[in-house]
Design a protein. Structure first.
Length: 608
């Protein structure tokens, strides 16, 4: 995107944000005004309804007062003279019905029992509930009630106690609520409905409109809402109808057709939005034309920048202009081109370095995998029996090494013990180590003696060995029940035996040169015995030839002395103690060779 386009876009966004802010503020103000209007509308309709209901209840109360002041009524009630009550109240009821004041008259005695009722369905009890009757008989004034009748229609009631000097009963006037609803409908020019607390319609002036709008879910949730059906818009106002305790027993709902007002408001909103959009278009077009003319002299510099962005440094800027803004930009572009050329040269150097690093990391990863594979082929679980315990460890000098150890399960419960050290280090030594281990295992498991095993393995390893690698190896066959140790040493370090009394002996002789140097060589074997409490230690030269910072070797004498002074009988603990002693001696010096240690302890008779 061109710079001038970005500037135009930024300005457009700024104008848009400003416009949206103003529009949002307008919408917010309109919502606040709508909320205030809704509150005022709800309050005004509530006041109107209360006024209409108050007028009707006041007329009913005045009529009840007039009737209660008639002495004949009190006398008839005290005598429980129903014929007298009927002759007295029947004309009064007709008059009240004609005036639209009440449709039902009831007379209750001081105990709240219904003595007389006229104008409604025949019943044995009063239309009032027991609580309202008790409250009416206790208080001096009238009780005004709105409730549902037997037909679930709402009615207004006035109950008034009377009698002098003592109260003798109460008179109750009842009138349907529909005339009051009709008056409210006529005053507001709106449909009027009464719904129960569940939002279901009880009575109303336009049930078809109610069914079309289905406002039940919103009647109790919102005091004022706007609903649309077809092309008509209605404003719905909901207010509660309460009982004597102020509890909502129903909801009064009005629906007024406000289609014209809604259309006018929509037209004003669309006109305002259209004006804003037109203003934005005019501003953006004018700004784009101005910027296109102002940025025209920079096209030459932009061509060079475009070429540089594509890696093309052959495009030059011949005319760098004067000292004005365009000239300074041209000079900056020329300097940028030179920087790009230098950056490309540096990037090529970095790419070479990255390739070398990638190759090194790949090699390291392969070496890590090879090291884990090499460790995985060495035994990690060692046999144990009532006569012995053993443990071994190999720590390579690099990621992979040439040392290995092995424990072979031979016939008759005998064990084959192997510790070997391949010449060289790294990958070649690791490969030759794997070959040597495979050859030795295959040969030893065939049942040959130690000398025969090393002679056969030597012949195999000496054939097709162009790298002229070799392996020093100690192999012994241990018989746990007898402690007999038959062994052969192929150029390896002599193992050590720590006797039960702490004396340390070397297993010398019985062997030959390293394997793989020349085929057809003979190997000798020897025999020794591990008594209960003796410990056999087989190791590689990585232990005795370990160097400290002063270039001094650990040597056989130090290993022998440490073994004799260490009373440890647990093979694993002994192996780790020897390796730790070598590390302490090295004092941080780099490990110069693979370290391999195998220990076997013959258990005393009472332990086994």
């Amino acid at each position: 995107m061109l710079l001038r386009s970005r500037i135009a876009l930024i300005v457009a966004i700024a104008f848009a944000v400003l416009t949206l802010g103003l529009a949002g503020a307008g919408v917010l103000r309109e919502r606040v005004a709508d909320a205030r209007y809704a509150a005022a509308l709800a309050q005004s309709q509530d006041a109107l309804w209360r006024k209409i209901l108050e007028v009707r209840l006041a007329r009913m109360e005045a009529s009840a007062q007039r009737l209660s002041l008639q002495p004949a009524l009190q006398d008839a009630l005290e005598r429980a003279d129903r014929p007298a009550l009927d002759s007295l109240l029947e004309p009064e009821l007709q008059k009240l019905q004609a005036e639209g004041v009440a449709t039902t008259v009831e007379v209750l005695d001081i105990d709240g029992l219904l003595i007389y009722a006229a104008g409604g369905p025949r019943r044995d009890t009063s239309v009032l509930d027991a609580g309202t009757i008790a409250q009416t008989l206790r208080q001096a004034g009238a009780a005004r009630v709105v409730q549902q009748d037997q037909n679930r229609r709402f009615e207004a009631l006035v109950a008034l106690s009377f009698g002098r000097p003592d109260r003798v009963g109460a008179i109750v006037l009842a009138s349907p609520l529909q005339p009051a609803l009709d008056e409210l409908r006529a005053t507001l020019d709106a449909a009027v409905f009464v719904v129960n607390r569940r939002g279901r319609l009880v009575q109303g002036s336009d049930t078809a409109l109610w069914d079309a709008l289905h406002p039940e879910p919103r009647v109790r949730a919102e005091p004022v809402s706007i609903e649309t059906t077809g092309t008509r818009t209605y404003t719905i106002v909901t207010q509660p109808m309460t009982d004597l305790l102020g509890r909502a027993i129903a909801f009064l709902v009005t629906m007024k057709d406000t289609t014209v007002e809604a259309s006018q408001r929509s037209a004003i909103t669309h006109l305002a939005l259209g004006g804003i959009a037109l203003f934005l278009v005019v501003v953006l077009v004018g700004l784009q034309l101005y910027l296109a003319n102002a940025f025209q002299p920079l096209e030459g510099a932009l061509a060079v920048l475009r070429a540089l962005s594509q890696g093309d440094t052959s495009v030059t800027l011949d005319d760098t202009g004067g000292g004005d803004e365009i000239g300074r930009m041209a000079q900056a572009v020329t300097a940028l081109r030179e920087d790009v050329i230098a950056s490309q040269r540096a990037e090529r150097q970095r790419e070479k370095q990255r390739r070398r690093q990638s190759a090194y990391l790949a090699l390291r990863q392969e070496l890590d995998i090879a090291g884990r594979m090499q460790q995985s082929i060495l035994p990690t679980r060692f046999p144990r029996g009532p006569e012995f315990r053993m443990h071994a460890l190999m720590r390579p000098q690099r990621d992979i090494g040439g040392d290995f150890y092995d424990v072979l399960a031979l016939k008759n419960g005998q064990l084959g013990l192997v510790v070997a050290d391949v010449s060289g280090k790294g990958i070649p030594a690791a490969l030759f180590m794997a070959i040597s281990r495979t050859v030795l295992r295959a040969t030893a498991l065939s049942g040959l003696s130690p000398a025969e095993t090393l002679a056969t393995a030597n012949d195999i390893l000496s054939v097709d060995n162009p790298a002229e690698m070799f392996v020093t190896l100690f192999y012994a066959i241990y018989d746990p029940p007898t402690g007999r140790l038959l062994y052969c040493n192929g150029g390896h370090n002599p193992p050590l035996i720590r006797r039960a009394d702490g004396r340390v002996d070397e297993l010398r002789g019985a062997g030959g040169i390293a394997l793989g140097m020349m085929d057809g060589l003979p190997y000798d074997e020897a025999e020794n015995h591990l008594a209960p409490g003796d410990t056999l230690l087989i190791y590689s030269d990585g232990v005795t030839e370990a160097l400290n910072p002063a270039q001094e070797e650990f040597e056989m004498a130090r290993l022998s002395g440490h073994l004799g002074a260490n009373p440890e009988t647990d093979p694993e603990a002994l192996v780790r103690a020897i390796v730790a002693e070598v590390d302490r001696f090295a004092a941080g010096a780099i490990q110069a060779d693979d370290i391999t240690v195998l220990a076997l302890h013959a258990l005393p008779d009472e332990v086994g």
